[in-house]
Design a protein around this ligand. Structure first.
Ligand code: ZN
Length: 196
């Protein structure tokens, strides 16, 4: 895997959309000694800020803000009970950021185990592929190895929505988008489009 000095990357102000070449690049590993640098910490902070503007956003990979590095984050909303998460992502309820757990950060992630069991998950979408949704076959459980934002190695088993997000986000770091794997892709009607 190639490494890069990360100071050459300037994050985009908005989430980049399908057609931008960065979404199709193999993202570069973050040198471990750079995780604590103002540069990488700034990129992570920027990712959190952008994700927080997306009501229906539950994960974001660095290429989605124009930075081809192997970093993704998962919204703290995902750690809430499913009914509370749905109320937030569908806009039925608003919570202040103080009531939402911190976002999770994964650097140089690698899925080390996929369950044999797979399932066609409905309604997968992407903040960089507005406004398409489709069914994607995903492993129901995975194990992910990565480093957190302090550079500490972590290993995390996940099922349910977390397993689903891990697979979607690691795909992003390999230049793969859900539409490459999806079937029954549909466009959300204009009147139902509301990101923030
Ligand atoms: Zn995505």
């Amino acid at each position: 895997m190639s490494h890069a000095h990360s100071d050459q990357f300037v994050p985009a102000e908005d989430i980049v959309q399908l057609g931008h070449p960065v979404l199709r690049q193999e993202a570069l590993a973050v040198p471990l000694e750079e995780i604590s640098s103002p540069n990488i910490q700034g990129i992570i902070a920027h990712m959190k800020k952008i994700l927080a503007t997306q009501r229906d956003g539950i994960g974001l990979a660095a290429p989605q803000i124009g930075v081809p590095l192997r970093i993704f984050i998962v919204s703290g909303k995902v750690l809430l009970p499913p009914d509370e998460r749905l109320e937030l992502t569908t806009g039925k309820k608003k919570k202040t950021s103080a009531q939402i757990p911190d976002d999770l950060v994964f650097i140089n992630p690698e899925i080390t185990k996929f369950s044999k069991e797979k399932k066609w998950m409905e309604g997968e979408g992407c903040l960089s592929v507005r406004w398409l949704y489709g069914k994607v076959e995903r492993a129901t459980k995975v194990t992910l190895r990565a480093y957190d934002e302090h550079g500490k190695p972590i290993e995390r088993g996940a099922g349910g929505i977390m397993a689903h997000i891990f697979q979607h986000e690691v795909d992003h770091l390999n230049g793969v988008l859900f539409i490459d794997r999806a079937k029954d892709v549909e466009e959300l009607p204009a009147e139902e489009r509301e990101a923030a």
